[in-house]
Design a protein. Structure first.
Length: 483
């Protein structure tokens, strides 16, 4: 039951209101699902309102507090819980702003975005879980008292993989020796070259894209030209990556488009998996299109037009129609910080199938060929952090498991091309470092061994270094001058 507030002033905290009083900045509970019987509520902030003469037909763009922005969505009035609304703290200008916002975003006759979800075609959507648990198998390992490089085989314990799906990064329970807050802070915030928070728009401008055979719900704002953002669905040519606002224009384009693979050198091929190397300076338009596309799924990187300083390594799967884009990573031609990846993305329709770790593995193969170590550019996204951490753990455990005799952090770093810092950090995360007779030693515990042996049994496509045909490109000083 909704009660009406009698005060003409906007209320200021935790009270019942009617729908017409809701303004941008209000915090309230939102019914998570559209299913009427399912009454799970989540606290959210109103970021935008598409108002209608009848406020009950308004649409509200909401951000779920404490959850990743990719779960932000438009909701209808009936999903708002109006009995515990917190209003934004009034400032001198806030009243004016709120009023202006409501009018500038008034409904423009477009159908509600929710309509799109009712399409019959396959929809590849955002993972509905904010952030999963990164170390499900290792997080709850007791430290025990293992001997250096001791290898014991025991029965594998319960698999708690299920947990992964439901945990938020804020609820991570990592090893006691390791501060999750510090690590996340460090990984997410240190020294990004492309981050510019001010530029990141808060409200998604495109709801879904059609690319190849896939209809994909987008996650974030991307600065596509306005003409494309008027329609809720943007068509993207899967080969040249050009966007189209209407199906007719897109179909006309498809009749003319001759591209069947990314416009660069194929530097790796095994079975149906290929990698192409593309120079941002030579293929500006294609690379800009790729950046615009990837921004729909990347929240914190703002590289769209300045593609010259980057090489793009694009992973495809081949069939009789061509080489279909699966994912990519970009890499600075020259990185002062020793980064071997700037941005990395698996298109949502291919996610959680191991392609992200293949991309990461490929980036380290390139570093090995260069004879260097490398690390991804910070900040990492939540999913980036999960994937990298999992790759580092797998790689370092595999090395320790197979290595006979003494080793060191430097040696692990040399063989894997993972930086000393990332190796050290992973060893700490795994609780593998022990203080022994005045110095630190690396100890592999039973749990680590069980984890690794179980991991090896999983059928996974891996990068075969034999199939990489690549010499590191060299650029002259003038080629590295980007204006
Ligand atoms: N929920 C739970 N676990 C997940 C999820 C998820 N949504 N996504 C990935 N994982 C885990 C996997 O279980 C796997 O771990 P495991 O091998 O220990 O089981 C690991 O992360 C990697 O999974 P992959 O299937 O190999 O990775 P995927 O193809 O899904 O790609 C990527 C990972 C590239 C991060 C993808 O999620 C993505 O493109 N996200 C959007 C863009 C992004 O955030 N990029 C990283 C930014 S940081 C940077 O650019 C340097
Ligand atoms: Zn095309």
């Amino acid at each position: 039951m909704h009660t009406r507030a009698t005060s003409p002033e906007p209320p200021t905290g935790g009270i019942s209101v009617n729908v017409s009083q809701i303004v941008v900045g209000c915090k309230l509970s939102i019914q998570k699902s559209e299913v009427p019987d399912e009454k799970t509520f989540q606290r959210a902030e109103i970021l935008m309102i598409r108002s209608n003469e009848n406020p009950e037909l308004n649409l509200y763009y909401v951000h779920y507090i404490g959850f990743n922005k990719r779960l932000d969505e438009w909701v209808t009035f009936n999903r708002l819980k109006l009995d515990d609304v917190e209003f934004p703290k009034p400032t001198k200008t806030s009243k004016k702003k709120a009023a202006a916002h409501a009018t500038t975003t008034s409904i423009d006759g477009t159908p509600p975005p929710e309509n799109l979800r009712k399409r019959k075609r396959q929809i590849d959507s955002t993972p509905q879980t904010p952030v999963p648990l990164p170390l499900p198998h290792l997080a709850d390992m007791p430290s025990g008292s293992p001997m250096p490089n001791e290898i014991l085989k025991r029965k594998t314990e319960t698999n708690d993989e299920e947990k992964k799906d439901l945990e938020s990064i804020d609820q991570l329970e990592l090893l006691p020796t390791f501060s999750k807050e510090k690590e996340i802070e460090k990984l997410r915030t240190s020294g990004s070259m492309t981050q510019c928070v001010a530029e990141i728009a808060r409200v998604k401008n495109i709801n879904s894209i059609e690319i190849g055979q896939h209809l994909v719900d987008t996650w974030y704002f991307s600065p596509y030209p306005e003409e494309f953002t008027r329609s809720l669905l943007v068509y993207i040519c899967e080969f040249c990556l050009e966007p189209f606002g209407s199906k007719r224009c897109f179909q006309r384009h498809r009749l003319k488009c001759t591209l069947q693979h990314p416009p660069g050198n194929e530097i790796y091929r095994k079975d149906d998996l290929s990698f192409f190397e593309i120079d941002g300076r030579k293929q500006k338009r294609w690379c800009r299109n790729l950046c615009l596309l990837s921004k729909l799924f990347l929240d914190h990187k703002t590289l769209y037009y300045d593609v010259d300083p980057f090489l793009f390594y694009v992973m495809t799967k081949t069939d009789k129609l061509g080489c279909h884009l699966v994912g990519y990573f970009s890499k600075e031609k020259e990185s002062a910080e020793n980064y071997n990846v700037a941005c990395i993305l698996t298109l949502p329709q291919y996610q959680r199938k191991g392609f992200g770790k293949l991309l990461i593995s490929f980036s380290y193969e390139l570093s090995k060929t260069e004879g260097k170590t490398g690390s991804p550019e910070k900040p990492l996204s939540d999913l980036g952090l999960l994937s990298y951490r999992s790759y580092w753990i797998d790689t370092i455990l595999a090395y320790l498991y197979n290595h006979k005799g003494e080793t060191s952090i430097n040696e692990i770093s040399r063989v894997t091309s993972i930086t000393n810092d990332d190796v050290l950090h992973t060893l700490q995360t795994l609780d593998l470092l022990r203080y022994y007779k005045g110095s630190f030693i690396i100890c592999l515990s039973d749990k680590n061994i069980e984890y690794h042996e179980k991991n090896m049994k999983k059928k996974r496509v891996t990068i075969d270094p034999e199939c990489l045909k690549w010499t590191p490109p060299h650029f002259t000083a003038s080629q590295l001058r980007f204006i």
